[in-house]
Design a binder for this molecule. Sequence first.
Ligand code: NAD
Length: 460
Amino acid sequence: MTATESLITSRNPADPSDVLLQVQAPGAFAAVDAVERARAAQPGWMLGGAAARSAALGSVADAIDAAATELTALAVREVGKPLAEARAEVARTAAIWRYYAQAPYEPVGAVHETAAGPGLLLTRRRPHGVAGLITPWNFPFAIPSWKAAPALAAGNAVVLKPAPEATACAGRLAEIVQRALPAGVFTVLPGGATEGNALVSSADAVSFTGSTAVGRAVARGATARGVPVQAEMGGLNAAIVLPDADIEQAAAHIAAAIAGYAGQKCTATSRVIAVGAALDPLREALSEALRAVVVGDPSDAATVSGPLINQHAREQVCDAWHGLSVLTGGSMPDGPGWYAAPTLVEKVPPGHRLLSEEVFGPVAALLPAEDVAHAVRITNSVPYGLVTSVHTADLNTVLCGLDQLDTGMIRINAPSTGVDFHVPFGGAKASSHGPREQGRAALEFYTSSRTYTLSPAKAT
Ligand code: NAD
């Protein structure tokens, strides 16, 4: 599935001979055109009022629920997401639209006393105009929705440029959303870098999720134009396990975070840091938990780890464990799909790419740490800082020992994977640029504040 030149081909990663669609990418002019049409539609959408926007977003949520079985099957087929996870993503997508359906009724400003004299100071948040959204393939319904729903709730129009690998999912989402909205308010523009770049050059605000290299280019392009931009990018996430942790539970959580959806989540765990005496029991328990992970056909309800998105991704993953000391995995199961076994390695030499680059597959390195401070130093030693999971029963460690962790999200006794859409989401360093996504933070990103000074018309 690639956007080679101008042809987008979307294939089933579990059976690459199954082509979902082949379409011509529309090109840069189409992106500019879509933004122009959205810009023309936006004032009507905003002036239509809070009740209309709330009702429209609510009806999108209902329509997603009604189409849940079909949408789930499409995500399984197009991006190889295991059935159980695809089902959960579709349910979460409906919940996201429902959550933001309340947002148009929320206060949009505040009233202040003037510093001197009679009158009032008012602040009021206003939409930017057209939000340009650029999204990856790994959450083909949830990520476009957690960007589009708050942007629309705040009164913006939206042009979404999905990843080429998720073109069919985005097209289906567009059908559902467009049925609930006035024409031109929500547009899906298929394509790759050309269309994405054109969107960055023409939208009034840009929200990106994807790899760090592309995200930084997007941030530079939008910043040069002076438009607001946020970029959620890669991760190289650690799980820290203390000796007092419930090792069996920690191993189960970490195995799920390494191997779930074949590790193709920005929040996946790829470094497992065992503190002191946790090392030996964790090595054993985690190896066993990973061996037990069901790898195979994503349409099978029991599957946890399906195929990688394409052949290139599979080669990257195999290259990552090549020549290392493999505790479990390290093989490529047969099948027409692009599968890779969940893999745990140890004794990884300093400077190895597993310790500095995101691999985006079901591979993790087991690393020993002398104490909590050492574990924190190892965690912080990479360019990324998205999420860290910590497994311990010690509240002191949680409250004090982890203060120096340079990651945007810290999950205690939980897998590194997992997102709550009503709270801010984002990381540190190369994982994020700009304001947070999700929750109320998203409503702030898609608006800017105006300050009104109200003075009496006639001096008394
Ligand atoms: P990608 O960077 O290859 O593509 C992301 C999007 O950017 C796609 O829509 C792509 O067509 C578009 N694009 C590519 N070149 C562009 C350019 N020059 N200008 C504008 N747009 C361009 O990422 P991907 O392979 O689709 O997704 C995997 C990556 O996404 C991983 O790095 C993963 O960590 C990251 N991700 C991050 C989060 C997060 O919230 N932090 C969530 C999911 C995925």
